[in-house]
Design a protein around this ligand. Structure first.
Ligand code: PEP
Ligand code: MN
Length: 348
């Protein structure tokens, strides 16, 4: 249930409304908009119906949220969508948040070089897996903590925040002690223990859509994180499994505008895993931006041919710079900005 307060509601009135709701055993989440403040109430709604909510000073209206996801639903915040701070950029704001880097951290030199190159091309954050979910147990499974140390070092040198995957509840504190954003991968999107664990901390979570998950499943996974107290969830469309075999996954473009309607959370797209081929990264990126994505997650490697994972879909530096410069027109058409510094350095 959401309580919409009247214009100019005072802090005392807000506190009083929350107190009335919380004494009934429900939890409250306040969202302040430019004109209105909304109080989201989660818990047993039947109990709320036992009190005359409209008679509490400051309350203007009360709505029932019919969607199964409450905190993630669009109605739950007043005004525009949520913005999540990522270094110098707000994911969900006007500027497109491009997160780029290798699939796996393979060493200091390659990550350092990648960090500098993607930053000067306009990326806002550096990605790189230290703990890798691999289909085969015999494939390279990441550098582990050493990889996290490398990420932190490159962050210091480049100023770029780092995004890396956490695969296991036992690793959450360790990964959070190094990373700016915790990635929950497609294979773990419904690992409810892990979702609850990353909900316990405040660090932003990049939640990737499971390969067989519906939009509703994805939003309910976000709800798990948020219901533990962490509102900082960025959703990621990365392609789903279908009967089509021409691409690694099927990029569900429509999920982007659908998610933007359903939720206030920022939505980014991962054209690398969606297509699984480097030649598809640019067209899928342009389409994602045109469809309303707030950012992109792109795999970039100094020498894709030698990558320990996902080389086929990784861009080299020149290709990434080309992507960033091609994106300019699509960003502008979608009413977005792309780091102007980046545009200058790419053409220079
Ligand atoms: C990745 O980002 O490298 C990754 C493993 O992604 P996904 O979980 O979407 O497969
Ligand atoms: Mn990958």
């Amino acid at each position: 249930m959401i309580i919409i307060t009247r214009k100019g509601v005072t802090d005392e009135e807000l506190d009083h409304i929350r107190e009335r709701v919380e004494t009934l055993g429900l939890r409250t989440h306040v969202s302040r908009g430019e004109h209105r403040t909304v109080i989201g109430c989660v818990g047993d709604e039947e109990r709320l119906r036992t009190i005359p909510l409209l008679s509490i000073p400051g309350v203007e209206a009360v709505h029932t949220v019919l969607k199964p996801y409450k905190l993630a639903s669009r109605e739950f915040v007043a005004g525009q969508g949520s913005r999540i701070r990522l270094g110098s950029c707000d994911v969900g704001g006007e500027e497109l948040a491009v997160i780029a880097g290798p699939c796996s951290v393979e060493g200091l030199d390659m990550l350092r070089e990648t960090g500098h190159r993607v930053r000067s091309a306009g990326a806002k954050a550096l990605r790189g897996g230290a703990f890798k979910p691999r289909t085969s147990p015999y494939s390279f499974r990441g550098m582990g903590e050493e990889g996290l140390e490398i990420l932190a070092r490159v962050r210091e040198e480049t100023g770029l925040p780092v995004v890396t995957e956490v695969m296991d509840t036992r690793q959450v504190d360790l990964v959070a002690s190094y990373a700016d954003v915790l990635q929950v991968g497609a294979r773990n999107m419904q690992n409810f223990a892990l979702l609850s664990e990353v909900g316990r901390i405040r660090r932003p979570v990049l939640l990737k859509r499971g390969m067989s998950a519906t939009v509703k499943d994805l939003l309910l996974a976000a709800e798990y994180v948020m219901s533990q107290g962490n509102p900082n969830v960025i959703l990621c469309e990365r392609g789903i499994r279908t009967f089509e075999t021409a691409t690694r996954n099927t990029f569900d473009l429509a999920a982007i505008p659908v998610l933007k309607q359903e939720t206030h959370l920022p939505v980014v797209a991962d054209p690398s895993h969606a297509g699984g081929r480097r030649d598809l990264v640019a067209p899928l990126s342009y389409a994602a931006v045109a469809a309303g994505a707030d950012g992109l997650l792109v795999e970039v490697h100094p020498d894709p041919e030698t990558a320990t994972s996902d080389g086929d879909q990784s861009l080299d530096f020149g290709e990434f710079e080309g992507l960033m410069s091609g994106l300019k027109a699509f960003a502008a058409a979608a009413g977005r900005t792309l780091n102007p510094l980046a545009a200058a350095s790419v053409s220079g």
